[in-house]
Design a protein around this ligand. Structure first.
Ligand code: FE2
Ligand code: FE2
Length: 271
């Protein structure tokens, strides 16, 4: 397991008056997504079927992701005593399943798999850092700081494995860029939208566009330029490009502009 457990969190510092209802909705969604860690770990063990050392790392990693879900769910329950995590988790897994049956990486190679994992850990590391900074509630802030530190460690772990396999597979820079861009584009896929729906809706049927927008509007709003800058640097590094060169500055500026434009669009649509 990681360096902390649920008992290390100062739950007694919880301050109901500082709970932000909008953050609560995305925290509930995040608690469900983290629970998919077990399925992803199982999938990684299949992809790296002859690498026992990495399999052990992947299982530990999966357990840490599940602990993230448990910490967030416990906080959500404090903030909203009516939140039924078990029911929400059942709704989520009934509507969204990770494909654990794949016999080889859906990214085409082990290097590709590690690039995709680095992109995901970059995303979670930036997201929880941003959530911690956006939260005025001290316990949520502490949980998100702890999780963000784990996610950064996960990135390094997958990055080290990426380098190890890159020496064997030698995937070209365009191939690596294509995989990173493809994984970033998948952020709009069902997993987050469905988690948001399962965590926050009990009656209405699932509408992907609607819940994808509802989730994105709230999630994008927590980011500040320094989170994006750091995230772009981490992705560029995984792809094998300079993390803080001129390209990084341009991409950061473009990404920040796109995020602002999307928030404005989503807010107008919700008004
Ligand atoms: Fe996590
Ligand atoms: Fe992680």
């Amino acid at each position: 397991m990681g360096s902390w457990t649920l008992d290390d969190i100062a739950w007694q510092r919880f301050d109901r008056s500082k709970v932000d209802g909008e953050l609560l909705r995305i925290v509930k969604a995040a608690s469900l997504v983290e629970c998919n860690g077990a399925d992803y770990a199982q999938y990684l063990c299949k992809v790296f079927y002859d690498d026992a050392a990495f399999q052990a790392v992947a299982m530990r990693w999966g357990a840490e992701e599940i602990q993230h879900g448990a910490a967030l769910a416990r906080w959500a329950r404090l903030a909203d005593p009516d939140y039924d995590f078990a029911a929400a988790a059942a709704r989520f897994s009934a509507g969204f399943r990770v494909d654990v049956d794949a016999a080889s990486s859906v990214r085409g190679s082990r290097v590709g798999e590690m690039i995709a994992r680095c992109v995901v850990e970059t995303g979670t590391s930036s997201y929880y850092t941003a959530l911690a900074e956006a939260s005025r509630e001290p316990v949520l802030r502490e949980i998100c700081q702890r999780i963000a530190a784990d996610e950064f460690r996960h990135y390094k772990l997958f990055y080290d494995t990426l380098k190890r396999y890159q020496a064997i597979e030698q995937l070209g820079v365009w191939g690596r860029l294509r995989i990173a861009a493809g994984r970033i584009a998948e952020t709009d896929d069902d997993e987050l939208a469905y988690a948001y729906y399962a965590a926050n809706e009990k009656v209405a049927p699932y509408d992907r566009r609607r819940y994808s927008k509802a989730y994105a509007r709230r999630a994008y709003a927590v980011y500040r330029p320094h989170h994006i800058e750091r995230g772009i640097g981490m992705v560029l590094k995984a792809v094998g490009l300079k993390p803080n060169g001129r390209a990084s500055r341009w991409v950061t500026r473009a990404a920040w502009w796109i995020i602002q434009a999307r928030i404005a669009l989503l807010t107008r649509a919700a008004a």
